[in-house]
Design a protein around this ligand. Sequence first.
Ligand code: AMP
Length: 548
Amino acid sequence: MLSTMQDVPLTVTRILQHGMTIHGKSQITTWTGEAEPQRRTFAEAGRRATQLANALRDELGIDGDQRVATLMWNNAEHVEAYFAIPSMGAVLHTLNLRLPAEQLVWIVNHAADRVVIVNGSLLPLLAPLLPHLPTIEHIVVSGPGDRSLIADAEAQVHEYEELIAGRPTTYDWPELDERSAAAMCYTSGTTGDPKGVVYSHRSIYLHSMQVNMSESMGLTDKDTTLVVVPQFHVNAWGLPHATFMTGINMLMPDRFLQPAPLAEMIERERPEHAAAVPTIWQGLLAEVTANPRDLSSMQQVTIGGAACPPSLMEAYDKLGVRLFHAWGMTETSPLGTMAHPPAGLTTEEEWPYRLTQGRFPAGVEARLVGPGGEHLPWDGESAGELEVRGTWIAGAYYGGAGGENFRPEDKFSEDGWLKTGDVGVISRDGYLTLTDRAKDVIKSGGEWISSVELENALMAHPEVAEAAVVAVPDEKWGERPLATVVLKEGSTADYETLRTFLGEKIAKWQLPERWAVVPAVPKTSVGKFDKKVIRRQYADGELDVTEL
Ligand code: AMP
């Protein structure tokens, strides 16, 4: 029997139309570094997005599913591009401005981007790449910056404001197939070439609904969200789309991502919600410890992208700021899990649940797979690789112009589940605890040591600012942990002290014997610990290692 329900495609266009009408008064506030931030309503941003779509079609000739790239910070204009491009049927390609030049060139060419919309402040980054980007025909520049840097560009240069000025504020939006491509994002690619994940209108729509649910980020039009996670990192975790659905105001830091301006933004604008990776929250904590600021408006902070050290969550609890731990990947849109403790628990009973990566929402199915391919029970003890599937989970990578989309064996199971490369356990009541990346786990004498567990224990020491632990080759055990530690200013802690401190929580055989103090932990383009670099530094003898 067929249902009697209407079949309305789930599209980004519908999210845009909803946001700019029903939530027309909600605001996007963009930090400018000046006395007053820029403020723009959803209605205004929606009208400007419509004008941008008109300009892209009529002036720049964008047609069908051609790719329009953005090289931008988090700001109102970037939100306009987020809605204009997919709504007209084209594909938004967000470029990660922290990628090395050769990777940026590779992904622009692979995606065959025709246009790039760029913030003026990022022209020094774009200009030297242009001779290597033959598919780019138009450059649209937004905001302050030195235009002379691209004076010799072969591509045609446009000013964003001039381009959209006077254009119609209506558009005959096409009725799109909800399964068609809306946006794409390349994985940060620690090994091999970056891989393109292509989100559909349907996946974005369903993911946005989940982001808004109280089970996940619980956004409402009464609040403001501080979107620190970059719009080039998995669509800012879905926030720009989700906000247009529920009308929560957006606070955008633009290029002011350093701890001091972030602290000022929070104190002045008082957002209830925020989202960022742990390194951002670590930096902010150090800042407000030195220069106190009122952060207490933040009742719902989403922290993810890397494991949240318990000491960090504890420190923010003391400031009256509540962190919620979430797990996800570029391939999962990214919302995979979020750690809301079950109902009816005391604060003390909630604590261990808050430290897990969280529970899976209804749209995400999960299973754990052991080394022999066997499926493991959810008993809180059996550790295996996490595999997931669902409506907003990637089923393949983009094959490039004329190429077929592809499904590498190490990334997809035969029956189509995404192999996450993350190792962990799932409790009987469905909470995921990750112990490591499969490639970061330390295999010592046939036993596994969790690098994350050692890092969390080390970062709980009051004199440790950051700590990263990696596996290094060992003649006797195969691999052993190397602890690299960033000490807080004025610290006098020595290795013996740190090792003794670790020994209070960690089994003796797991304690590292190799130690190095470093000025900073190397970070990836999206602010996570870059363990590949640490392993290379060790192999090349660049670290001053002490053996205990
Ligand atoms: P990316 O695609 O760059 O966002 O990276 C995804 C990877 O980040 C995941 O596969 C995990 O290894 C890691 N990750 C994300 N969130 C968490 C978390 N809450 N705890 C531990 N690792 C995480």
